[in-house]
Design a protein around this ligand. Structure first.
Ligand SMILES: C[S@@+](CC[C@H](N)C(=O)[O-])C[C@H]1O[C@@H](n2cnc3c(N)ncnc32)[C@H](O)[C@@H]1O
Length: 358
């Protein structure tokens, strides 16, 4: 039977040979989908109130003494740690002692370059409240850009706090993987990188640290300027990293032999992506290449789960979507790029390279 296990046939399949029905058990993936929504805010609180930092610095400790040291309520701290332990983010070492597993540490240690605290804060504080719009979109469709409040970059940069939180989130989500992406991009033969929509420079900084002969320009909206400046100072890159403020739909891009577009095309629909890619093509020196760095849907557009979730978030936060490698190949070809290559990283941000002919 073709439909076995789907819809009403699933109930039939519970029937046993003796004619009795087996107790219906909720499948693990459904339970994760229901209860998983609670995990992200708890992860955020553990980060915000210093639980991860404390357990990493001092090593495994009882929830009560940890709570006391941090001035938190012991009962609530213990319940929160039990949830994180059920999700495998912390482990119970003995009795009431909790610790952070080695493979989790780099991502939750505020001192580690792979720290994702800023991104989790963005998901919990900002993105989740905007997800409420999904109900309105479901019923009435998404309003046109000109009619909608709270979507796009004028909303992201609405005040100092939200601007700072956004750049912190961008750094958190991109700096860790950028070293690998810069390696995969093999920029040994390049001299001038233009990081379009490069924000506070997670990719440009990684590329400059890896390739000493390279110089770079971050091209972004003017609001990014002071944040990029801070990165230049922190990494001592004042001589090799410049900022040009502008709008990539209106202004010509600075010229270079390699152009990066990290998490940029996923903010826009196809026609706007084409306009950005055509400008990138024009700004590239002959023989140059464009590096599209983004999440990739698998070919059937079903997953992976983080791309599926972020594709929904893109819907409420931007005018964009996530795409498969084939969809990026088509966009690059339409903009004039040839010899498209897809290079996957070990993480969730991958590389699609397009070449401009000599
Ligand atoms: C999602 S962030 C990506 C940041 C960074 N490239 C990364 O991979 O983490 C998109 C960036 O595009 C910039 N951006 C958005 N609209 C723009 C426009 N019209 N012109 C120039 N930059 C723009 C934003 O300011 C933001 O820094």
């Amino acid at each position: 039977m073709v439909n076995a296990g789907i819809g009403k046939f699933a109930a039939d399949s519970q029937e046993q040979p003796n004619g009795r029905r087996a107790p219906l058990v909720m499948p693990e993936n459904l339970r994760t989908a229901i209860y998983g929504g609670i995990a992200a805010p708890m992860l955020h609180y553990a980060d915000k109130y210093g639980l991860f930092a404390e357990l990493i610095t001092r090593g495994p400790a009882a929830s009560e003494s940890t709570a006391r040291r941090l001035g938190l309520d012991p009962d609530t701290t213990q319940r929160l740690l039990i949830v994180l332990s059920a999700f495998g983010v912390v482990v119970r070492c003995d009795d009431d002692a909790f610790g952070v597993p080695a493979q989790i540490v780099p991502f939750v240690d505020p001192k580690d370059p792979n720290y994702i605290g800023g991104f989790v804060t963005h998901m919990v504080d900002d993105a989740r409240s905007r997800l409420e719009r999904i109900e309105q979109y479901l019923v009435k469709g998404k309003p046109l850009p000109c009619e909608e409040q709270g979507v796009g970059y004028s909303y992201v940069y609405r005040d100092e706090d939200s601007t700072a939180a956004f750049f912190q989130a961008m750094w958190a989500v991109s700096f860790g993987v950028s070293k690998e992406l810069a390696q995969l991009a093999q920029l040994e033969d390049c001299h001038r990188l233009i990081d379009v929509g490069g924000a506070n420079g997670p990719f440009a900084v990684s590329a400059l640290l890896l390739f000493p002969a390279l110089s770079a320009v971050v091209f972004d909206l003017p609001q990014a300027g002071s944040y990029l400046n801070r990165s230049r100072q922190i990494f001592g890159l004042q001589d090799r990293l410049d900022f040009v403020g502008g709008d990539f739909f209106q202004d010509p891009l600075p010229q270079g032999d390699v152009i990066a577009l990290g998490y940029v095309l996923s903010n826009w629909p196809d026609d706007r992506c084409l306009s950005i890619l055509r400008r990138a093509y024009d700004a590239l020196e002959p023989g140059g290449r464009v590096l599209v760095m983004d999440r990739l849907f698998d070919d059937t557009l079903d997953g992976p789960v983080d791309t599926a979730v972020m594709n929904l978030l893109m819907h409420v936060e931007t005018y964009g979507r996530h795409r498969s490698a084939a969809q990026f190949r088509d966009l690059l070809a339409d903009a004039g790029f040839t010899g498209c290559q897809v290079v996957r990283s070990a993480g969730d941000k991958h590389l699609v390279i397009g070449h401009k002919g000599d």
